[in-house]
Design a protein around this ligand. Structure first.
Ligand code: G3H
Length: 498
């Protein structure tokens, strides 16, 4: 049981003994051999109030402005040294963080370790990218007798909020570029994935000057809204649902002027052409739809399979699903683990019942079955375009399958979708594929050939169109997103005089 009382404000680990939030694990445990399983309470963390939130904001504003802004004024090389020190300190806490990832969000040991290593790599890549940023373009402009030096300056105070599915990696992909560009950061970890920050608070405190990074613990509608409504947040970096992003934006006094970097929802489709390799497609679709129980914004969330191959595809996909190991995140070779809470299971059942009423069937053995927070992977076929799961982002282990005979059908789906993150195409005819790619690159931001959708490698640009994203989060794009180009201009005559 972790009773987290501390939070980081102005370089101090302050203690909070008022209201707390209980943190539950997705994992159910039995207290003894005769008792019923209960969802495990992992611990608690501070539920800060508005007054404390505004103190955190004051600390951040002070760190940005006072003493002419110690952090934004610091040489880039010195800011890099702070991040390097942090990387070292974070590395020392790997085992504890990986363990907490497993208990807090039920991510398998292998994937939790991968998330940790990927986050460290992201920070190292960011430092490398910063060293070469803008080196290729001229840093001076001369026109009409004016000479201007172009600088890359920070935005101000950035509020970073990451999602539960990648509480470490996705938070860091905004927090680190924001910090290293000279911004001051307030960050709020997600409710599932908050305790793993405990060992990191000390590392932040040791690596960065006071007030440069501050943690905000509490209920989003209290603490994040209180911050936004001051109008002092220069940039909102948020990864999560569109609904939460909209409500945060609306709390700002001038919502349309707020700078935002957003990673939101997606409904990435796969188009499987009649000449696709069945074994490769089944393997990639299974990984794409079911890795981390389908809880990835980049997951494949609907499959369009050509009618000529749909039967064999469904048979092989069902067989492969039957081989997946279900269990606790620390079990060897586990693939399907518990969902965060039982409300998710209720939602999946609603989606399945709705699809069944509109003609779909559960294709695979044990599909639709569940126990507490476990939900068995479920293939639904044929899914009607009237059913909820046709458009809603399920964010779970349900695979809706739609047969097609004319390529215009999946293309129409993608064009009309509210989302526009990624798509996958499976097939072997280069001419056919080339034509589809030319259409898809105008609708989504990454087209994957004979492979699942995915974000990585993290140095690749990561974004989306429509309701899927605002701004781009690769390593170098993020450095640009969290900075602004400023000019120092002089009349060239004045320069000549000197
Ligand atoms: O949830 C969205 C993540 O950025 C997905 O990353 O495709 O590497 O799992 P991934």
């Amino acid at each position: 049981h972790i009773d987290q009382t501390e939070y980081l404000c102005n370089g101090e680990l302050k203690s909070w003994n008022k209201e707390k939030i209980s943190i539950f694990s997705p994992i159910f445990v039995c207290k003894d051999k005769d008792s019923m399983p209960e969802q495990m309470v992992l611990g608690s963390c501070p539920s800060l109030d508005e007054e404390e939130t505004l103190k955190i904001l004051d600390a951040a504003v002070k760190a940005y402005n006072d003493g002419n802004g110690i952090w934004p004024l610091m040489r880039v090389e010195d800011r890099i040294k702070c991040v390097e020190k942090f990387i070292y300190l974070m590395g020392e806490n790997k085992d504890e963080i990986v363990n907490l990832l497993m208990w807090e969000i039920a991510k398998s040991h292998k994937d939790s370790e991968k998330e940790f290593d990927r986050t460290i790599k992201y920070m190292i890549d960011t430092i490398d990218a910063l060293k070469t940023l803008d080196r290729n373009s001229s840093r001076f402009l001369i026109e009409d007798s004016i000479i201007a030096q172009i600088r890359r300056s920070p935005l101000g105070i950035v509020l970073c909020m990451g999602p539960f599915n990648y509480p470490l990696n996705e938070t860091f992909t905004t927090l680190i570029p924001a910090l290293i560009m000279g911004n001051v950061v307030i960050f709020k970890p997600p409710k599932h994935g908050i305790l793993l920050y405990r060992p990191l608070l000390k590392a932040f405190k040791e690596a960065f000057p006071p007030g440069v990074i501050n943690t905000l613990y509490g209920r989003g509608r209290v603490v994040a809204s209180a911050l936004m409504s001051t109008g002092k947040i220069s940039c909102l970096a948020f990864i999560g649902t569109s609904k939460a992003a909209d409500s945060l934006q609306k709390s700002h006094p001038m919502p349309h002027r707020l700078r935002m970097i957003l990673g939101l929802e997606a409904k990435n489709p796969a188009i499987v052409l009649p000449d696709a390799s069945i074994s490769l497609t089944v393997k990639e679709c299974l990984l794409g739809a079911l890795s981390f129980n389908g809880q990835r914004c980049t997951a494949l969330k609907i499959l369009f399979i050509h009618s000529k191959i749909v039967d064999i595809f469904l048979e092989e996909l069902s067989n492969e699903i039957g081989k997946l190991k279900i269990g606790a995140p620390f079990d060897d070779d586990v693939f399907i683990t518990p969902m965060p809470d039982e409300s998710r299971i209720k939602y999946f059942i609603e989606l399945i019942e709705d699809a069944k009423l509109l003609g779909a069937k559960i294709v695979n053995k044990f599909g639709g079955s569940y126990n507490k927070t476990f939900f068995y992977p479920t293939i639904l076929y044929p899914v009607s375009n009237k059913s909820r799961i046709y458009n809603e982002e399920q964010f779970g282990p349900i695979i809706p399958v739609v047969p097609f005979s004319n390529i215009e059908e999946p293309l129409k789906y993608i064009t009309e979708s509210n989302y526009g993150q990624q798509a996958s195409i499976f097939g072997t005819d280069p001419d056919v594929i080339a034509k589809i790619i030319d259409i898809l690159v105008n609708q989504v931001c990454r087209v994957n050939l004979n492979s699942q959708c995915q974000r990585g490698p993290d140095i690749f640009p990561f974004t989306g169109r429509k309701d899927s994203a605002v701004g781009t989060l690769s390593v170098s794009d993020a450095l640009r997103s969290f900075s602004i180009r400023t000019l120092v201009a002089a009349k060239s005559n004045d320069l000549n005089k000197d």
